[in-house]
Write a protein that binds this ligand. Structure first.
Ligand code: NAD
Ligand code: GLY
Length: 364
């Protein structure tokens, strides 16, 4: 096992550590003991992750049970939540027992929400297995399921007791999922850390080829930045909205694509970040050089660019409607995350709709 990096999320009594390293899963039982020295463990995972890594669950070495779900966003539903809660009751879990999310963001979001409502809250541990989950969804306590009214609209802020990110599991992740997760890594550089962006510019392809040192560094830096933002604004009243860089444009693309495999969340965010920088430059908020640097980086790492999402850019009215439904909006006015340069994102409330429309129109 290589070096284990620790990032702490400082939230008073609800503080916790994120452990990042190669080979952590082969000693899962040992790491879990740090926050849950005894009691039962109920693992929630999906068929893909279970297929690859079920042997690691043996190292838990205690009373453990497991719910294995089919993969996919469809699992973030009331029906699946109810059946998971039934599994937990059937195992006789109490609040001091542990619910362990072992998978990507879908498993993490669903399991975290189940943990938040089961007997008004039981211990919850995240073992994220996608790059997106290791740098974003497993950290910070946002949990949710989807409802017909929209994605992630029913949920809770509920922090885990521990996050355990084993970088080795990324070796079995499909390349498209890896790149989608890398978009969220890049997001941290673009939103608030120019030096990290420059580092990614030099090392991005090493991260994507899973060089152990580079991938550990990228995940740890991303988690440090997220931990600092979450510690400052856990409930997203202010600075946490910066983590949505590229997401308002990106969600509109995802909605147009019908939230399906044809456009992954991270792919939409990747193009969405380029759009946020282009729109910022069009508004004279940043120099033209900034969106160009973003595009060059996306091209050099093979990430999704605006040029790749043309089929979902054709209906400006529909895109404006989707952007109008964003959770960050207030009183019908658009809230956007824009940039004054690379590493200098800010929240703009009351973004002028005609200007946004003109920009979207210009992309057709
Ligand atoms: P996912 O959980 O659907 O995983 C992607 C695919 O990879 C799935 O098919 C899964 O079975 C497979 N997989 C997972 N780990 C694997 C591994 N190690 N090897 C091989 N295959 C593996 O998708 P995701 O991108 O991890 O998460 C997306 C979800 O995260 C969305 O629902 C989104 O809303 C949510 N999200 C939440 C937050 C948050 O703060 N809570 C932030 C960002 C995204
Ligand atoms: N992924 C955005 C957040 O956690 O706030």
């Amino acid at each position: 096992m290589t070096e284990v990096r620790t990032v702490s999320v400082d939230l008073g009594a609800r503080s916790y550590d994120i452990l990042i390293g190669s080979g952590l899963l082969s000693d899962l039982g040992h790491w879990l003991e740090k926050v849950a020295p005894k009691g039962k463990v109920h693992v929630v995972t999906d068929e893909n992750v279970y297929g690859h890594y079920k042997n690691h669950l043996m190292t838990l070495d205690r009373d453990a049970s497991v719910t294995v779900l089919p993969p996919g966003e469809g699992q973030k539903s009331f029906d699946v939540l109810q059946s998971l809660l039934s599994d937990m009751f059937a195992q006789g879990l109490d609040r001091n027992d542990t619910l362990l999310a072992f998978g990507g963001g879908v498993i993490g979001d669903l399991t975290g929400f189940a943990a938040s409502v089961y007997k008004r809250g039981c211990r919850f541990v995240q073992v994220p297995t996608t790059l997106l989950a290791q740098v974003d969804s497993s950290v910070g306590g946002k949990t949710a399921i989807n409802v017909p009214q929209g994605k992630n609209l029913v949920g809770a802020f509920y922090q885990p007791s521990l996050v355990l990110a084993d970088t080795d599991v990324l070796k079995t992740l499909p390349e498209r999922e890896l790149k989608a997760g890398y978009a969220e890594v890049l997001k941290y550089g673009l939103l608030g850390n120019r030096k990290f962006f420059d580092w990614l510019d030099a090392n991005g392809n090493k991260v994507l080829s899973l060089d152990p040192e580079a991938v550990g560094e990228a995940i740890a830096t991303s988690c440090m930045m997220k931990a600092a933002i979450v510690a400052e604004d856990e409930l997203e009243r202010g600075a946490r909205a910066l983590l949505n860089l590229g997401h308002t444009f990106g969600h509109a693309l995802e909605a147009e694509a019908g939230y399906c495999d044809r456009l992954l969340h991270g792919e939409a965010v990747s193009a969405g970040m380029q759009m946020a920088f282009e729109y910022s430059a069009a508004q004279d908020l940043c120099s033209l050089d900034a969106p160009q640097r973003v595009e060059q980086h996306l091209a050099a790492t093979g990430l999704t660019r605006i040029a790749d999402v043309g089929e979902w850019l054709g209906d400006t009215d529909a895109l404006m409607t989707h952007m109008g439904q964003d959770k960050k909006n207030e009183g019908g006015a658009l809230t956007l995350i824009l940039a004054r340069g690379i590493g200098e994102a800010f929240v703009q409330k009351g973004a002028p709709k005609p200007e946004v429309r003109n920009y979207l129109q210009s992309l057709i």
